[in-house]
Design a protein. Structure first.
Length: 611
């Protein structure tokens, strides 16, 4: 609590009579004046990491001098080495958070330089981003450039264009700023094209308001630019971001709007029909991704089937490949595509590559190949640096992997036989706790309450197998309160979220030897998993109950026992979430996007009861 306010954080950090501010200041005073200005001006860069070239516009110096100054700041340990940038091969640097606070305070002494430096930095990013877009198939370079902050012979922009998704993850906050600057300068094409490339990336410190506001500006820019496909692309990117932070009702409304506009464009302009159909495929695929992220596998089936049909009509190879991966994940089978050779060659699109490793890890986990499962997850983690949503997903799956490995290595899946069981200090429970806690922290930084509850349920399970039952019990009560508060907000996610909570609580009750309550709670978990067609999780629950039955006699009163709290009503359907602009239409078997109005077809208003 004392350290939370940034304005006084450095003053409160004192050890053995020495303040952190004094230690940083002593190193700062050793710098020459230009290096001191450079450190302060670097606080204008929004992204957590940056390449040396940014000092060129900030200080108005040549590229070689910018690199030398950045290296000097790194040698003085006032900047940290953040590793090599995958796209450019250049070194990336970052602030220690405490050094950034110090530099921000010192920047007040250079106020006269800050405004002009910001203008130069904005202009440099517009130039570099325009060059990158010019290398992409759909990109257009800017017609007029008043500054050239990269040497004419530089090929950095071309290397970034070869791996654009890596550049988005590393520079997300700066790209949001670029969208705003391009809109202010009426560079409409630049504005919406940059926003459309952001997809569903979420930075480590997500500012939901800033991102949504930037997407809104980009949509208006696409309208002004009279580019309907661009407007649809930005809406799809906005929906991807909202799905990543699990604002499902809002995201579904944006997806429905994008799908309707793509349908209208398909009818209005036959020349654009293949592109419009491709956008429809993306909209349905993203809807399915949302359901898979929730754990609502039943609801994912229909939009996946629609996405597959539309992707085939559009002739989009990458989209068809991604849909097949998602279908395999939905049905718990191994996808035949991409092949192992495709993974080794590294020619896959970034989303396909990421999903492929998640699928391979899941298949290895199901067959008990723990080493391969962890290797695939770590590969996915390595290629996700900078995207908090992906990082949180990998940490969550690693925690689940460690829990499963621990249970399968124990007699009767680790069900305790007596009251004398002590804490388990082995490596697997510790790793499970660590990974679940890191996932929870990532979700909290993303301002994602649904993901936070999911990760904390996993943390309850990890604490339970480690024997920390008191901590698990306290956390379980906290999770239950959060779950009650999310009942309306979570929409379709509430049922699978409750299933995960029921499994975590049931395992905790089982380790506390409260067998009747454990049976009742785990049966509820299994029922909810089955309602969402999550057969793999249901099978895991039944295997645990079967192991418990071998250790403890079946409690005859378990089926009629109330467990109290949110689980007493868990088997009842959750109320559908109200959307900002109306109600989602539901098909006969699963939620689908609304059909377009105006092509002679009446909208499908059939609804089904939510699980």
């Amino acid at each position: 609590d004392h350290l939370r306010p940034e304005g006084t954080r450095l003053e409160r950090l004192e050890r053995s009579g020495h303040r952190v501010r004094e230690r940083i200041a002593s190193e700062y005073r050793r710098l020459v004046p230009r290096e001191q200005r450079a450190l302060c001006l670097l606080t204008l860069v929004r992204s957590p990491t940056f390449l040396p070239w940014v000092l060129g516009p900030l200080l108005n110096v040549e590229q070689a001098e910018a690199e030398n100054i950045m290296a000097s700041l790194g040698t003085a340990q006032l900047l940290d080495n953040a590793g090599h940038d995958k796209a450019t091969g250049l070194a990336r640097y970052q602030f220690n958070p405490l050094v950034r606070l110090f530099a921000t305070a010192e920047a007040a002494r250079h106020a006269d330089r800050m405004a002009t430096a910001r203008v130069r930095l904005d202009e440099a990013y517009l130039e570099v981003v325009s060059k990158v877009l010019g290398e992409l198939p759909e990109g257009l370079p800017r017609q007029q450039q008043t500054h050239r902050w990269l040497p004419p012979s530089s090929r950095v922009h071309a290397r970034i264009a070869e791996l654009p998704d890596h550049g988005v993850r590393a520079e997300y906050a700066n790209l949001i700023r670029t969208v705003e600057v391009a809109d202010d300068r009426r560079e409409w094409t630049m504005c919406w094209r940059v926003a459309a490339r952001l997809h569903g990336c979420v930075p480590n410190r997500a500012e939901l308001r800033d991102s949504v506001f930037a997407f809104g500006r980009a949509i208006r820019a696409a309208k002004t630019d009279t580019n309907p496909l661009g407007e649809i692309d930005v809406r799809l990117a906005k929906a991807s971001f909202l799905i990543a932070v699990e604002r499902y009702p809002w995201a579904f409304e944006v997806l429905a709007d994008a799908d309707a506009r793509a349908r209208d464009l398909e009818v209005a302009d036959p020349r654009e029909a293949p592109y419009a159909i491709g956008r429809q495929a993306v909209a349905h695929r993203k809807l399915a991704e949302a359901f898979l992220q929730m754990g609502a596998y039943r609801d994912a089936s229909a939009p996946l089937a629609t996405a597959a049909r539309l992707a085939e009509r559009a002739g989009s190879t990458d989209e068809m490949r991604l849909v097949r991966l998602l279908q395999a994940e939905n049905h718990r089978v191994l996808s035949p595509e991409p092949t192992y050779a495709d993974l080794v060659e590294g020619q896959l699109e970034d989303p396909v590559y990421f999903r492929a490793h998640l699928g391979l890890s899941e298949a290895a986990r199901r067959r008990g190949d723990w080493h391969s499962a962890q290797e695939h997850l770590m590969t996915a983690w390595y290629h996700s640096n900078g995207d908090a949503r992906r990082m949180a997903a990998v940490h969550y799956r690693l925690s689940r992997l460690h829990i499963d490995q621990w249970r399968h290595g124990k007699d009767d899946l680790g069900v305790p036989k007596d009251a004398g069981v002590t804490a388990d200090d082995s490596e697997l429970p510790r790793q499970a706790i660590r990974r679940a806690a890191e996932a929870a922290l990532a979700f909290r930084c993303m301002d994602n309450p649904v993901g936070l509850v999911r990760a904390r349920c996993q943390l309850v399970r990890a604490l339970t197998i480690a024997g920390h039952l008191l901590e698990a019990e306290q956390l379980c009560h906290s999770v239950e309160r959060s779950l009650v508060a999310l009942r309306i907000f979570a929409g379709h996610a509430w049922s699978p979220l409750t299933a995960r909570f029921a499994r975590a609580r049931g395992e905790l009750l089982l380790h506390r030897r409260d067998v009747p309550a454990a049976w009742r709670t785990l049966v509820i978990a299994g029922t909810l998993f089955a309602d969402n067609d999550d057969w793999a999780s249901q099978a895991e629950v039944w295997r645990l109950l079967d192991a418990a039955q071998r250790v403890h006699p079946y409690p005859s009163g378990a089926a009629h026992m109330s467990v109290g709290g949110v689980l007493d009503t868990a088997v009842m359907p959750a109320p559908p979430a109200r959307l900002p602009g109306g109600w989602l239409e539901y098909g006969a078997t699963a939620p689908v996007l609304p059909r377009q109005r105006g092509n002679g077809e009446a909208p499908d208003r059939r609804r089904r009861r939510l699980p």
